[in-house]
Unconditional design. Sequence first.
Length: 296
Amino acid sequence: MARNPFLMPQFIAAVVLLGLSSIGISAGIRAYGIYLSKLPIEAPDGRTLNSLPPETASWVKLGNDRIESADIVATLGTDNYLSRTYIEKNPADPTRPRVVELHLAYYTGMIDTVPHVPDRCFIGGGMTQGTNAQVLPLALDRSRWFQDPDVPEEMRGTIWRARLADDSRFTSRPGQSVRLPREPDAMRMRTMGFDIPGGPRIYAGYFFIANGGHVPTAQDVRLLAFNLTDDYAYYMKVQCTSSTASSAEDLAAMSSELLSELIGEIMLCVPDWVDVQTGRYPADNPKRNGGGSGRS
């Protein structure tokens, strides 16, 4: 009679070895504070992206926010998004005001959604890419920034705060301050031009804010949002599109002006990552009681 292969000593030894290896790997993961699953996290008070002010010192909302269909929201992968057009208030040429469409989308938890970026979506919608992609710096206005003294020693020098507008027309928290992503003066956006059949060339640029940092490409955002030692994960796409920009550089400059006045408001719509890392937020943060995570 043929021997049952599942009862052979070699098979039993292999199963035992695999089981011990699994236990060892799990123990090592716990010992080094590595968390392969990520918890969802939202902004304090459940603040969503549609709470951004419709007006800033230099820009004002044009028309209504775009509300996507259920199918598009399902494709987008989140219902916490904003698609809003801003127009400058006092253009140098009144006959040709600059216009920027701002699109924001927030994702959290076990993020398996591939970021929807113009490289794919615009081309999938029938446009053609008219210029090569460039990663360009954002020249944000730093006049209302200051280094944050209320952070752990190892974070000092990289964490800045921005004072929100003093005018209540432009913010719900006049004169208050909010933490910015790490090293905010190094923000960059990926930009490119797209041609519409029978229409004008438009320029689009985007970057991502994730787990308290920022990156300019979809390839990098998942690495940033899935730091193995973080309990939580989120990322937000920040995208600017304009048909009034004359070049990718012009779009980056225009976006810098708009985002200089909105970046603090945008950061109110994501978790304060210093508070997350130090266990102060959210209330059930595994790190709240000090030391490492309480997760197993």
